[in-house]
Design a protein around this ligand. Structure first.
Ligand code: FAD
Length: 463
């Protein structure tokens, strides 16, 4: 049935949210909790068979309490009016369902598709075999369906020296996962092939390196402290690295986080070295300038010592060092990618917007909104996406009330335009149960089903 050009209304609103990560789930919750929106219908669409985005495929599996946020997100799916539609890739029709087709079936579309790729280091040798991104590595150890089970098995079995470049929380997660023993990871939901590959890995020396000093590193103290509490890994810091220049000292005086972080690092310098199977070398003022190697892959990373000026800028000192390395994991940030047909700010890797209203060349595009990492870039904690989603939904409802939302052209169920198997909310619940059963077989609360086809078989039975 085709509707006349009436504008949409709150009691008959139909919204599609593209991406079932925290931003998408919080946007759905904010919408359905709004006044007079009890009858609204919200479809949260994801290209993966499972919801919750990086809460499943980013947050470190050994951070069990943070990962339990998914239980909170899962309860949102219990609300009347919301449907999860998993396994549905939205694009321009090349690989998945065209966004334009969806826009015709909904009064508004909210883009919450996250930041799925990585930033590059932009140094020679970055493309050598054995130079991988934290994005790929995190996907593998969390059991993301896009990663192959054996993707890093042989690399880890050969790599005794690994460099992790970057000093954010993701880099710390990667180092911790590499340094932990099987016993320390056994309780997690990691797939069995990941646990086995990590247990059999040859990793002995892990270098965590960043261009700036201990005061400037962007990690939380709790995460940092954990590195010093591992069962069979010790931390080493060069005493030279804890000498702070004037701008770093001012930062420590001003910021509680910087003060706490530097205190943890000072302790590591002063502690007696324990005899452990693995050593984590935390290296500050260390800028990788190139990766060296050959057909077999990376063999070393050449680094330059840096210094921080009084104004806080970083520059090279001309002091170079070559560190033999078997694998390099680059962890210098996530980055959003363009959804064909949607405006995109290439510089920032985000969808340009004003409080969530997607901006085209002539101002806001009617009925198109955005939230989460693709709206503001990869920053903040999970909870930041809630406030962000509330802002976007407020803008959407203001536009709706002002008569600025064009009513959907097509009133039929939007799933009729979706081809291929779809995992709905009940299908996701079946996957959830299957993961819990798999976990129970190994005395764990859950084991992630990493295989897309297996998840689809359970979640989207074909008749
Ligand atoms: C490695 C890592 C560890 C982290 N650890 C923590 C932590 O410990 N604590 C914390 O507070 N925060 C953590 N974060 C940050 C947190 O995960 C993010 O703030 C949050 O996930 C961003 O939410 P989002 O919904 O914008 O994006 P995402 O969570 O990325 O969700 C986007 C969703 O969109 C889907 N999608 C993408 N493209 C399409 C498409 N074309 N069609 C359909 N669906 C699509 C994706 O499959 C995904 O499910 C971590 C992030 C990373 C990367």
């Amino acid at each position: 049935m085709t509707s006349a050009m009436r504008s949409a209304s709150r009691d008959d609103l139909r919204v599609a949210i593209i991406g079932a990560g925290p931003a998408g789930m919080y946007a759905a919750e904010a919408l359905l909790a709004s006044d007079h929106c009890q009858n609204a219908r919200v479809d949260v669409i994801d290209r993966l068979p499972t919801p919750f985005g990086l809460v499943r495929y980013g947050v470190a599996p050994d951070h069990v309490s943070i990962r339990s946020v998914r239980d909170t997100l899962d309860r949102i799916l219990d609300r009347p009016g919301i449907r999860f539609l998993g396994g549905v890739h939205v694009d321009d029709g090349t690989r998945g369902i065209p966004l334009d087709l969806l826009r015709a079936s909904y009064d508004a579309v909210v883009l919450t598709y996250g930041a799925s790729t990585d930033r590059s280091l932009a140094i020679p040798g970055e493309d050598l075999a054995g130079s991988i991104s934290a994005t790929e590595f995190v996907r593998w150890y969390t059991g993301h369906p896009d990663s192959r089970p054996d993707e890093f098995t042989s690399l880890l079995s050969r790599a005794s020296r690994i460099a992790v470049i970057g000093v954010g929380n993701v880099a710390v997660d990667v180092v911790r996962i590499l340094a932990k023993t099987r016993a320390e990871l056994e309780h997690t939901d990691m797939p069995e092939h990941v646990l086995a590959a990590l247990e059999e890995s040859a990793v002995r020396e892990i270098y965590l390196m960043g261009r700036r000093g201990p005061a400037e590193a962007a990690w939380t103290t709790k995460e940092l402290r954990e590195l010093g509490e591992l069962a069979d890994a010790s931390v080493r810091v060069d005493p030279r690295d804890i000498v702070l220049g004037p701008s770093s000292a001012a930062l420590v005086a001003d910021s509680k986080v910087a003060a706490r972080n530097t205190a943890v690092i000072d302790q590591w310098v002063n502690q007696e070295a324990a005899h452990c199977s693995r050593t984590i070398h935390v290296r500050f003022f260390t800028k990788p300038v190139r990766l060296e190697g050959g057909a077999h892959g990376v063999e070393s990373v050449v680094v330059e010592r840096t210094e921080i000026s009084e104004s806080g800028s970083v520059s090279g000192t001309g002091e170079f060092e070559t560190i033999p390395i078997d694998v390099v994991i680059r962890s210098v940030g996530y980055r959003g990618i363009e959804l064909p047909g949607v405006p995109f700010d290439v510089q920032r890797g985000v969808v340009p917007n004003d409080q969530g209203r997607v901006l085209g060349p002539n101002g806001p595009i009617r009925g198109l909104y955005t939230s989460g990492w693709i709206k503001r870039g990869p920053s903040g904690i999970i909870g930041t996406n809630k406030k962000d989603a509330v802002e976007t939904i407020k803008a959407l409802l203001e536009d709706l009330d002002a008569g600025h939302l064009p009513r959907r052209r097509d009133d039929s169920d939007p799933t009729s335009v979706i081809t291929g198997p779809v995992v709905d909310t009940q299908g996701w619940r079946r996957i959830d149960e299957a993961e819990k059963e798999l976990g129970a077989q190994r005395s764990r609360s859950r084991t992630t089903i990493h295989d897309r086809e297996a998840a689809l078989r359970v979640g989207a039975p074909r008749d």
